[in-house]
Design a binder for this molecule. Structure first.
Ligand code: CMC
Length: 391
């Protein structure tokens, strides 16, 4: 019989070669195409990072302008697509809507099934990056019972999204520059993270030759889980449940007794401070100061919890540092998003990482369908017993 290596959770298996993202978990380093994440978050824009992830280099000014125009041109959704949303109950979780809606894009772009054509792959990537904010904003508007807002192409990517989420049609809505910058930074921080569960899902789905919209829908479905992208919603729920600083010791004891986990802490790869969490913490304070929530009780709980976790041997020994989701939840709440939208925003931003990895997979001549094996633990061969003879 064949002998297979058993690696549950893929902790020591490299599933592919990739030139997109580098992580050194022990040192707390994250590089996209060689550029440190904190520098990208400080100095660049999300669309620039999109170009970098997709194409391997930062764009020149001319390349950037062309890319921005292309993305802007694809932000609209087909008019029939709007009817898709009304098929959902109004209390549907927006991630349920996202999974369905993004998968449904393949019904509008039939040529996307020609995945071996590099031109089709490129246009599908552009369509996805362009349409995710429109779909995410509609999922939000639908859940709050407000009319959809049409994309405005003269606005930046983040401004346009915030406008579609927070303005009402015909309102003269002005973006707040601090919140716009924070939104753009949150998108940059979530753009890619090498072979995490959802990205591996996208690659595995793509390895069969499935169309890109179906693959990204599979990634969104995987991202929703609380151990992955759903952690930002869970982290905020946890802070709400703790409620005040004096209740932290009792809650931490519950974690030590293994009744529950500290959401927003720990990471499979980072056994050091998540470099994204550092930038996120700074952004969080900027947003809270801007909207006047500097004294938010949940922030006080968060800061105290972080202090305890960084000093208590239970967390120190297990290298459980705060991850990006710990601060992104509080920031997004202060910006006006309900907790159900947090993972949607993660999906919106991660789409560029997913589609860049999907595209890289097709450009790899050694590409094979992903087909893991197993260690069989069931019964050995046995004869069939007719139903009237079974005990
Ligand atoms: N709270 C308390 N204990 C924890 C936590 C936590 N958040 N995370 C890990 N541990 C403990 C775990 O009980 C185990 O202890 P012991 O060795 O005594 O049994 C040890 O740490 C190792 O845990 P593990 O489950 O083997 O670690 P993993 O690498 O498989 O899990 C993780 C990584 C992210 C799933 C986990 O840390 C976790 O569940 N964190 C909370 C959820 C979360 O914040 N997820 C977001 C991750 S970052 C963004 C993303 O990827 O989407």
């Amino acid at each position: 019989a064949d002998v297979f290596t058993f690696d549950p959770g893929f902790t020591s298996t490299a599933s592919c070669e990739s030139a997109i993202t580098y992580i050194d978990g022990d040192a707390g380093i994250l590089l996209h195409r060689g550029y440190p994440i904190d520098e990208l978050a400080e100095k660049s824009t999300f669309l620039e990072v999109c170009y970098l992830l997709l194409n391997g280099e930062l764009p020149t000014a001319a390349e950037y302008e062309k890319f921005e125009t292309t993305i802007t041109r694809h932000t609209m959704l087909h008019a029939q697509f709007d009817r898709f949303f009304s098929g959902f109950r109004s209390d549907a979780h927006p991630m349920a809507i996202m999974t369905g809606a993004v998968g449904a894009l393949s019904a509008f772009y039939h040529d996307s099934i020609n995945v071996d054509d590099p031109k089709q792959r490129e246009i599908s990537a552009h369509r996805l990056i362009a349409k995710m904010p429109t779909i995410a904003a509609r999922a939000f508007k639908y859940s709050v019972g407000q009319p959809f807002v049409t994309p405005r192409n003269e606005l930046s990517y983040a401004e346009n999204f915030l406008r579609m989420a927070f303005s009402v049609p015909a309102e003269d809505w002005k973006p707040n520059p601090v919140l716009t910058r924070a939104m753009d930074r949150i998108f940059i921080l979530h753009a890619d993270h090498e072979q995490n569960a959802s990205t591996s899902t996208v690659r595995l789905a793509g390895s069969s030759g499935a169309n890109p919209f179906a693959c990204i829908a599979a990634g969104i479905a995987c991202l929703w889980g609380p151990s992955h992208g759903g952690a930002n919603e869970e982290a905020l729920n946890m802070l709400k449940e703790i409620g005040s600083v004096d209740r932290i010791p009792e809650y931490v004891q519950g974690v030590k007794d293994r009744k529950y986990r500290l959401m927003g802490f720990g990471h499979r790869v980072y056994k050091n401070y998540d470099p994204r969490a550092k930038v996120m913490q700074k952004t969080c304070h900027e947003v809270l100061d801007e909207v006047g929530h500097g004294d938010d009780p949940l922030l006080k709980v968060a800061i105290e919890l972080e202090k305890i976790a960084l000093n208590d041997p239970f967390f120190v020994d297990r290298k459980l540092y705060p991850n990006i989701d710990f601060y992104s939840g509080i920031t997004l709440r202060a910006m006006g998003f309900p907790a159900e939208m947090f993972t949607v925003l993660f999906a919106l931003a991660r789409t560029v990482g997913w589609i860049s990895q999907w595209k890289e997979m097709f450009e790899d001549p050694s590409r094979k369908i992903g087909r893991p094996r197993q260690l069989y633990t069931g019964p050995t061969q046995r004869p069939f017993i007719p139903i009237d003879k079974r005990a």
